[in-house]
Write a protein that binds this ligand. Structure first.
Ligand code: MF3
Ligand code: CO
Length: 264
């Protein structure tokens, strides 16, 4: 595979595999969305994800990655990312972020969404909406010739204009035969210029947005990231191919690209 400053340039066949991997991930996220309700546990999302992987004959991408023990990350309320699926029933008013990946023919699909559990507060709904909007604002910048940091600059501007915080500790990433490839795709604007995007690059853009501080702590389980101030967080992620015709979202389910908390 061709490389540009450490970032792999994928050919059409490789992008087709990434699209298929991401279609499966998006289908899992649709099915999870159908299940979300008060009383349901995030362990049930994990079981569903594993069952669908078995049906698709693909491997979950997260399970065993750096020792991560599950196929999904399920992060509730003040949990930002990398939450463990749990037996605690979700409650009306919670929000839950589900992140999921699969490996199809050696290529990784990776996407995430935040769901409302029953009726949620206006503040929580706004948090989800601004986060999902910021993902699309970032995707707009994923074009050949653009600095990869233009993505984060646009995300940060959108999020901070809404008075919300953008997490710095975790970033998006190139994605392909490995889940985490170059370049890093921060959701904020770093001081120095970054890599120039080229056609054939595929990146996962994944803003994590908070109602308060952008700072996070990691729990004793060594994985779960929570906000330092306990305020809630949301997370939306798409895998996106850089093409001469602009950004192409790969994580599209059989139901199509449904924006979840914002109007199309
Ligand atoms: N979407 C996350 C990421 O890109 C998921 C990784 S969770 C892990 O980093 F457990 F696999 F690390
Ligand atoms: Co990711």
């Amino acid at each position: 595979m061709k490389k540009y400053h450490g970032a792999y340039i994928k050919n059409d066949r490789e992008i087709a595999c990434l699209r298929e991997a991401n279609r499966m991930v998006a289908n899992v996220l649709d099915a999870v969305g159908d299940m979300v309700a008060p009383g349901v546990t995030t362990k049930q999302f994990e079981e569903l994800a594993r069952d669908m992987c078995a049906d698709y004959k693909v491997k979950p991408a997260f399970l065993g990655y750096c020792g991560y023990p599950f196929a999904t990350c399920c992060s509730v309320n003040e949990q930002v990312v990398h939450g463990f699926p749990s037996d605690r029933p979700l409650e009306e008013g919670d929000i839950v972020s589900v992140d999921m990946g699969v490996v199809f023919e050696g290529f990784v699909g990776d996407a995430a969404r935040t769901y409302p559990v029953g009726r949620v507060s206006d503040e929580a709904r706004r948090l989800m909406r601004v986060t999902e909007e910021s993902l699309y604002v970032g995707i707009e910048q994923a074009r050949p010739g653009n600095d990869v940091y233009a993505i984060g600059a646009a995300i940060q501007k959108h999020v901070e204009a809404a008075g919300l915080g953008v997490v710095r500790r975790f970033v998006g990433h190139g994605v392909g035969a490995k889940m985490h490839e170059k370049p890093e795709v921060p959701n904020f604007r770093p001081a120095s210029p970054g890599l120039t995007l080229h056609s054939g690059m595929v990146i996962a853009i994944e803003p994590m947005v908070t109602l308060g501080t952008h700072e996070v702590d990691i729990l004793d389980d060594k994985w779960t990231a929570v906000t330092k101030d306990g305020k809630w967080a949301a997370h939306f992620e798409h895998s996106v191919a850089i093409t001469p015709d602009g950004p192409k979202i790969l994580s599209i389910s059989d139901r199509g690209l449904n924006r979840h908390t914002i109007a199309a």
